[in-house]
Design a binder for this molecule. Sequence first.
Ligand code: ZN
Length: 248
Amino acid sequence: MEFTYESYIKLLKRLEDKGYQFAGYRSWEKKEKSVILRHDVDYSLQKAAEFSAVEREMGVPSTYFVLVSSDFYNLHSLKSKKYIRQIMDNGGEIGLHFDETQYDIRTEEELRDYLYREADILSGITGKETGAVSMHRPSEKFLSDNMEFGSIINSYSKIYFKDMKYLSDSRRRWREDVDEIVRQGAYRRLHILVHPFWYFTGFERDIKQTLKGAILNASLQYYDGLEDNFSSLGKEIRRDEIEELLRG
Ligand SMILES: [Zn+2]
Protein backbone atom coordinates (compact mmCIF):
# COMPACT_ATOMS: atom_id res chain seq x y z
CA MET A 1 0.00 0.00 0.00
CA GLU A 2 1.29 3.47 -0.87
CA PHE A 3 1.57 6.12 1.80
CA THR A 4 -0.98 8.44 0.20
CA TYR A 5 -4.42 9.62 1.22
CA GLU A 6 -5.74 8.05 -1.97
CA SER A 7 -4.41 4.61 -1.03
CA TYR A 8 -5.79 5.00 2.46
CA ILE A 9 -9.21 5.82 1.04
CA LYS A 10 -8.98 2.68 -1.10
CA LEU A 11 -8.16 0.67 2.00
CA LEU A 12 -11.20 2.10 3.80
CA LYS A 13 -13.43 1.26 0.83
CA ARG A 14 -12.07 -2.25 0.68
CA LEU A 15 -12.70 -2.72 4.40
CA GLU A 16 -16.27 -1.65 3.81
CA ASP A 17 -16.66 -3.95 0.81
CA LYS A 18 -15.43 -6.87 2.87
CA GLY A 19 -18.13 -6.26 5.46
CA TYR A 20 -15.98 -4.69 8.17
CA GLN A 21 -17.80 -2.23 10.40
CA PHE A 22 -15.72 0.64 11.72
CA ALA A 23 -15.68 0.60 15.48
CA GLY A 24 -14.19 2.26 18.52
CA TYR A 25 -12.67 0.60 21.56
CA ARG A 26 -16.10 0.48 23.18
CA SER A 27 -18.24 -0.61 20.25
CA TRP A 28 -16.42 -3.40 18.41
CA GLU A 29 -17.88 -6.25 20.42
CA LYS A 30 -21.41 -5.53 19.26
CA LYS A 31 -20.43 -5.74 15.62
CA GLU A 32 -20.36 -8.91 13.59
CA LYS A 33 -17.12 -8.08 11.78
CA SER A 34 -15.20 -5.05 12.94
CA VAL A 35 -12.14 -2.92 12.46
CA ILE A 36 -10.69 -0.47 14.96
CA LEU A 37 -8.67 2.30 13.33
CA ARG A 38 -6.12 3.86 15.60
CA HIS A 39 -3.73 6.75 15.01
CA ASP A 40 -0.80 7.70 17.18
CA VAL A 41 0.06 11.38 16.88
CA ASP A 42 3.76 11.33 17.62
CA TYR A 43 4.86 14.55 15.94
CA SER A 44 2.21 16.62 14.20
CA LEU A 45 -1.30 17.48 15.31
CA GLN A 46 -1.74 19.50 12.14
CA LYS A 47 -1.12 16.41 10.04
CA ALA A 48 -3.54 14.43 12.20
CA ALA A 49 -6.25 17.06 11.74
CA GLU A 50 -5.70 16.96 7.97
CA PHE A 51 -5.95 13.18 8.03
CA SER A 52 -9.18 13.26 10.01
CA ALA A 53 -10.77 15.29 7.21
CA VAL A 54 -10.14 12.33 4.88
CA GLU A 55 -11.93 10.03 7.30
CA ARG A 56 -14.78 12.46 7.62
CA GLU A 57 -15.28 12.34 3.84
CA MET A 58 -15.59 8.58 4.16
CA GLY A 59 -17.78 8.76 7.25
CA VAL A 60 -15.30 6.59 9.12
CA PRO A 61 -14.70 6.98 12.88
CA SER A 62 -11.31 6.38 14.44
CA THR A 63 -9.29 7.13 17.55
CA TYR A 64 -6.44 9.65 17.65
CA PHE A 65 -4.02 9.17 20.51
CA VAL A 66 -2.25 12.41 21.40
CA LEU A 67 0.74 13.08 23.62
CA VAL A 68 0.43 15.34 26.64
CA SER A 69 4.15 15.47 27.42
CA SER A 70 5.72 16.09 24.04
CA ASP A 71 8.37 18.47 22.73
CA PHE A 72 6.67 18.46 19.34
CA TYR A 73 3.38 20.09 20.21
CA ASN A 74 1.77 21.80 23.15
CA LEU A 75 -1.81 20.69 23.74
CA HIS A 76 -2.57 23.88 25.64
CA SER A 77 -1.74 26.21 22.76
CA LEU A 78 -4.60 27.76 20.86
CA LYS A 79 -3.38 26.21 17.62
CA SER A 80 -3.30 22.71 19.11
CA LYS A 81 -6.75 23.11 20.59
CA LYS A 82 -8.01 24.10 17.16
CA TYR A 83 -6.58 20.91 15.66
CA ILE A 84 -8.06 18.78 18.45
CA ARG A 85 -11.42 20.42 17.81
CA GLN A 86 -11.12 19.72 14.08
CA ILE A 87 -10.36 16.05 14.71
CA MET A 88 -13.37 15.78 17.02
CA ASP A 89 -15.63 17.63 14.58
CA ASN A 90 -14.48 15.21 11.90
CA GLY A 91 -15.72 12.31 14.03
CA GLY A 92 -12.44 11.33 15.65
CA GLU A 93 -12.20 10.30 19.25
CA ILE A 94 -9.25 11.61 21.26
CA GLY A 95 -7.30 9.19 23.41
CA LEU A 96 -4.15 9.59 25.46
CA HIS A 97 -0.82 8.61 23.97
CA PHE A 98 1.26 8.03 27.08
CA ASP A 99 5.04 8.25 27.02
CA GLU A 100 6.27 6.54 30.15
CA THR A 101 9.88 7.55 29.37
CA GLN A 102 9.01 11.13 30.34
CA TYR A 103 8.96 10.07 33.98
CA ASP A 104 11.11 8.23 36.42
CA ILE A 105 8.61 5.45 37.02
CA ARG A 106 9.55 2.69 39.40
CA THR A 107 6.28 1.07 40.37
CA GLU A 108 2.94 0.26 38.74
CA GLU A 109 1.37 2.65 41.17
CA GLU A 110 3.54 5.50 39.91
CA LEU A 111 2.77 4.65 36.31
CA ARG A 112 -0.93 4.73 37.09
CA ASP A 113 -0.60 8.08 38.87
CA TYR A 114 1.16 9.77 35.96
CA LEU A 115 -1.18 8.22 33.44
CA TYR A 116 -4.30 9.37 35.30
CA ARG A 117 -2.79 12.82 35.68
CA GLU A 118 -2.25 13.09 31.91
CA ALA A 119 -5.71 11.67 31.21
CA ASP A 120 -7.16 14.47 33.36
CA ILE A 121 -5.16 17.13 31.55
CA LEU A 122 -6.37 15.76 28.23
CA SER A 123 -9.97 15.66 29.33
CA GLY A 124 -9.65 19.29 30.39
CA ILE A 125 -8.83 20.09 26.78
CA THR A 126 -11.31 17.86 24.98
CA GLY A 127 -14.13 18.43 27.48
CA LYS A 128 -14.68 14.67 27.50
CA GLU A 129 -13.61 11.81 29.69
CA THR A 130 -10.45 10.24 28.33
CA GLY A 131 -11.69 6.85 27.22
CA ALA A 132 -8.61 5.07 25.95
CA VAL A 133 -4.84 5.08 26.18
CA SER A 134 -2.08 3.85 23.91
CA MET A 135 1.58 3.72 24.79
CA HIS A 136 4.33 5.63 23.05
CA ARG A 137 7.45 3.46 23.02
CA PRO A 138 6.16 1.02 25.67
CA SER A 139 8.67 -0.87 27.78
CA GLU A 140 8.84 -4.66 27.66
CA LYS A 141 7.56 -4.68 31.21
CA PHE A 142 4.49 -2.69 30.29
CA LEU A 143 3.73 -4.92 27.32
CA SER A 144 3.88 -8.06 29.41
CA ASP A 145 1.89 -6.68 32.36
CA ASN A 146 -1.48 -6.27 30.63
CA MET A 147 -2.40 -3.47 33.03
CA GLU A 148 -5.87 -2.02 33.45
CA PHE A 149 -6.67 1.63 34.12
CA GLY A 150 -10.20 1.72 35.47
CA SER A 151 -12.55 3.25 32.93
CA ILE A 152 -9.71 4.03 30.52
CA ILE A 153 -9.28 1.27 27.97
CA ASN A 154 -5.71 0.11 27.52
CA SER A 155 -5.30 -0.39 23.77
CA TYR A 156 -2.29 -2.55 24.56
CA SER A 157 -4.41 -5.08 26.44
CA LYS A 158 -3.90 -8.58 25.16
CA ILE A 159 -7.42 -8.67 23.75
CA TYR A 160 -6.46 -6.07 21.11
CA PHE A 161 -3.57 -8.17 19.94
CA LYS A 162 -4.44 -11.75 20.70
CA ASP A 163 -8.11 -11.72 19.72
CA MET A 164 -7.67 -9.30 16.83
CA LYS A 165 -5.45 -9.18 13.82
CA TYR A 166 -3.15 -6.24 14.55
CA LEU A 167 -1.55 -4.35 11.66
CA SER A 168 0.72 -1.34 11.98
CA ASP A 169 2.68 1.04 9.76
CA SER A 170 5.17 1.99 12.49
CA ARG A 171 8.39 3.52 11.16
CA ARG A 172 6.63 3.74 7.79
CA ARG A 173 6.66 0.03 7.22
CA TRP A 174 3.77 -2.41 7.17
CA ARG A 175 5.05 -5.70 8.60
CA GLU A 176 2.44 -7.53 6.58
CA ASP A 177 0.58 -6.80 3.37
CA VAL A 178 -2.39 -4.90 4.79
CA ASP A 179 -4.19 -4.66 1.43
CA GLU A 180 -3.98 -8.40 0.94
CA ILE A 181 -5.14 -9.22 4.47
CA VAL A 182 -8.17 -6.97 4.03
CA ARG A 183 -8.84 -8.39 0.56
CA GLN A 184 -8.89 -11.91 1.96
CA GLY A 185 -11.27 -10.76 4.70
CA ALA A 186 -10.49 -13.84 6.75
CA TYR A 187 -10.18 -12.12 10.12
CA ARG A 188 -13.32 -11.16 11.98
CA ARG A 189 -11.55 -8.51 14.06
CA LEU A 190 -8.96 -6.07 12.81
CA HIS A 191 -6.99 -3.49 14.81
CA ILE A 192 -5.07 -1.17 12.52
CA LEU A 193 -2.54 1.47 13.57
CA VAL A 194 -1.94 4.18 10.99
CA HIS A 195 0.41 7.14 11.57
CA PRO A 196 -0.90 10.17 9.60
CA PHE A 197 2.66 11.57 9.60
CA TRP A 198 3.70 9.28 6.72
CA TYR A 199 0.80 10.08 4.37
CA PHE A 200 0.53 12.68 1.62
CA THR A 201 -1.95 13.52 -1.04
CA GLY A 202 -1.18 12.61 -4.65
CA PHE A 203 2.22 10.99 -4.29
CA GLU A 204 4.08 9.30 -1.51
CA ARG A 205 7.39 10.45 -0.06
CA ASP A 206 9.96 7.96 1.10
CA ILE A 207 11.07 7.89 4.72
CA LYS A 208 13.96 10.33 4.23
CA GLN A 209 11.90 12.80 2.19
CA THR A 210 9.16 12.70 4.82
CA LEU A 211 11.54 13.27 7.71
CA LYS A 212 13.44 15.98 5.87
CA GLY A 213 10.21 17.77 4.95
CA ALA A 214 9.05 17.66 8.56
CA ILE A 215 12.36 18.97 9.91
CA LEU A 216 12.50 21.85 7.41
CA ASN A 217 8.86 22.71 7.97
CA ALA A 218 9.49 22.83 11.72
CA SER A 219 12.07 25.60 11.16
CA LEU A 220 9.50 27.72 9.39
CA GLN A 221 6.89 27.03 12.05
CA TYR A 222 9.44 28.12 14.64
CA TYR A 223 9.92 31.33 12.67
CA ASP A 224 6.18 31.93 12.52
CA GLY A 225 5.88 31.31 16.25
CA LEU A 226 8.67 33.77 16.92
CA GLU A 227 7.01 36.33 14.71
CA ASP A 228 3.88 36.12 16.87
CA ASN A 229 5.95 36.89 19.95
CA PHE A 230 8.82 39.09 18.80
CA SER A 231 7.76 42.37 17.24
CA SER A 232 9.35 43.37 13.94
CA LEU A 233 11.14 40.05 13.67
CA GLY A 234 11.44 40.62 9.92
CA LYS A 235 13.75 43.56 10.57
CA GLU A 236 16.23 41.26 12.24
CA ILE A 237 15.82 38.22 10.03
CA ARG A 238 13.35 37.71 7.20
CA ARG A 239 11.35 34.55 6.57
CA ASP A 240 12.70 34.28 3.02
CA GLU A 241 16.24 34.23 4.43
CA ILE A 242 15.30 31.10 6.34
CA GLU A 243 13.63 29.65 3.26
CA GLU A 244 16.81 30.35 1.32
CA LEU A 245 18.89 28.55 3.93
CA LEU A 246 16.53 25.60 3.84
CA ARG A 247 16.70 25.39 0.05
CA GLY A 248 20.48 25.35 0.17
ZN1 ZN B 1 3.89 6.93 19.55
